[in-house]
Design a protein around this ligand. Structure first.
Ligand SMILES: NC(=O)c1ccc[n+]([C@@H]2O[C@H](COP(=O)([O-])OP(=O)(O)OC[C@H]3O[C@@H](n4cnc5c(N)ncnc54)[C@H](OP(=O)(O)O)[C@@H]3O)[C@@H](O)[C@H]2O)c1
Length: 330
């Protein structure tokens, strides 16, 4: 019996690896359905997250809204961090109506603004002693270079400094709730990028939105590894994941041509959100090494053969810039 199980596991592993190499087959809905055949953990227990406090950024649309809904349906108290009151309130109402969980709260936060993040963290800490799950999800892919209110290039401000500062400021509450979890929503696009710590904000190169996005998503994986190293002893599990290609408002506005081409094959937002929610709830989280990059509930390498790599000095330089521009502690 054991031998049969081993052979099946091996077959599954090889099949999954081959599927991943196709990229298109892997990132679209066929990849999701094929892998789902092997999952025995269907995250449907309506009390799995009862008593847990969760934060989801960028929660009014796309993957963030679905993750929030999934967490609420598992009994969590969920804080939706959104920048727009009307859109945020509409999402909050929809989540409460769909899940019958009244413990869904809206907080207005602009994740590209350091003062907005700091104000929120202070407010949140006055009301809460613990945070069980933080999902850093809010992200942008822009077609022109824009600056945040702090004068920082907007992709870097939102996708990197937003994750960096919010996580650092909420760290005491995550430690209070240990074992707790931070899940950083990255992208498969990060495989094509290395950090450029001499020009993180595209001041020395012509702006390329897709490149800026890919570099920011690589930065999120590097931050994940950095925090995981720091926090393993504190019982805070930090992981990154990527959703594949899911049909969301973000893809519709930022990548219209890609969407037109791929639409029949794009994942639903629910399929894209699955691994983030699973990481938030799986009881097995402590059995995996901290700081991994996940896709479809499986640990994935952070580099492929094609991936350009950063040196330790470049990573240190990058972290120093994050510390200069972002928040490290309250
Ligand atoms: N969809 C995919 O195929 C895919 C693939 C790889 C990675 N991802 C990653 O998944 C995450 C979610 O993507 P998505 O496709 O769901 O995008 P989306 O549909 O554009 O949703 C993004 C969410 O982030 C919010 N947001 C953006 N900037 C913000 C800011 N400064 N402050 C507060 N909220 C802000 C948006 O709010 P507004 O409504 O106010 O704009 C929206 O709620 C992103 O990190 C993205 O990089 C997605």
């Amino acid at each position: 019996m054991q031998t049969v199980t081993n052979i099946l596991d091996k077959a599954r592993y090889i099949g999954d690896e081959l599927l991943d190499k196709t990229v298109i087959g892997s990132y679209t809905w066929p990849g999701y359905y094929l892998r789902k055949l092997w999952w025995d953990d269907h995250i449907s227990d309506a009390t799995a997250l009862q008593g847990k406090i969760c934060i989801v950024t960028g929660a009014n649309a796309g993957l963030g809204k679905i993750v929030s809904k999934q967490l609420a349906s598992l009994g969590a108290t969920v804080y939706l961090l959104c920048r727009n009151l009307k859109r945020g309130e509409a999402a909050r109402r929809e989540i409460i109506d769909d899940t019958a969980n009244e413990n869904v709260h809206l907080e207005i936060v602009d994740l590209s603004s350091q003062s907005s993040i700091k104000e929120f963290a202070t407010r949140f800490q006055q009301k809460n002693q613990r945070l069980d799950v933080l999902i850093n999800n809010a992200g942008v892919l822009l077609d022109e270079r824009m600056l945040s209110a702090d004068g920082v290039e907007m992709t870097f401000a939102t996708n990197v400094l937003g994750y960096f500062s919010l996580t650092n400021l909420l760290m005491p509450l995550l430690k209070n709730a240990a074992p707790s979890r931070v899940i950083n929503v990255s992208s498969g696009g990060m495989y094509l990028a290395r950090l450029n710590p001499d020009d993180l904000q595209f001041e020395k190169r012509p702006f390329d939105g897709v490149q800026a996005y890919a570099e920011s998503k690589r930065a999120e994986v590097i931050l994940t590894e950095y925090w995981a190293k720091q926090l393993s002893d504190a019982g805070v599990f930090v992981h990154a994941m990527h959703p594949g290609w899911a049909d969301t408002p973000g893809v519709q506005t930022s990548l219209p041509n890609f969407r037109k081409l791929m639409q029949p094959f794009l994942r639903t937002p629910e399929q894209g959100a699955d691994t983030a929610t699973w990481l938030a709830v799986t009881p097995d989280i402590a059995n995996y090494p901290n700081g991994q990059f996940w896709f479809d509930r499986q640990i994935r390498p952070v580099h492929k053969i094609i991936s350009p790599r950063n040196t330790p000095d470049e990573i240190e330089q990058f972290l120093k810039i994050c510390e200069e521009l972002g928040q490290t502690e309250n």
